[in-house]
Design a protein around this ligand. Sequence first.
Ligand code: S3P
Length: 170
Amino acid sequence: SGATTVRPVAVLVGSPGAGKTTVGALLAARLGVTLRDTDADVEAALGMSVSDVFIEQGEDAFRAAERDAVEAALAGHPGVLALGGGAVLAERTRAALAGHTVVYLDVDLADAAKRVGLARDRPLLVEAPRTRLAVLLRERKPLYEQVATIVVETAGRGPDEIVDEILAKL
Ligand code: S3P
């Protein structure tokens, strides 16, 4: 008894190019809290970039580190938490998200493709990025929907409008 539970105000999930980083930063600023990102946590834990983890240790090693990073952040970060796009692939992670406020940023292929084309490198999308992205969106949509408590359609909308909707639904 008396134990304090630290939990994120909101956990953002969605595919690469959904805008988790941009929306997460704005949402955190509006709430006066910090944004934490599990990709950055994995990079800090393993001492290399996400791309280098994929190249040098493989995707399985990345996913293992990601599961640990998600669980640590869910139990230890009181602000906004953005998960890597593939974090929901892990059954353990989906189970760990139960009881949290999870915001799914739903994005269409056109918008996601536009954003990942501009953004930092993404190892899963190096080859045939548009085709890979289409497959990711189709395969993961049910997983994002399964963990989400709030779904936000991002098509044709800017970050301010998206954050307004999240704040109204929190
Ligand atoms: C991945 C998404 C990336 C990163 C890694 C794998 C994925 O995060 O975790 O490259 O499987 O979708 P972002 O969603 O922030 O790009």
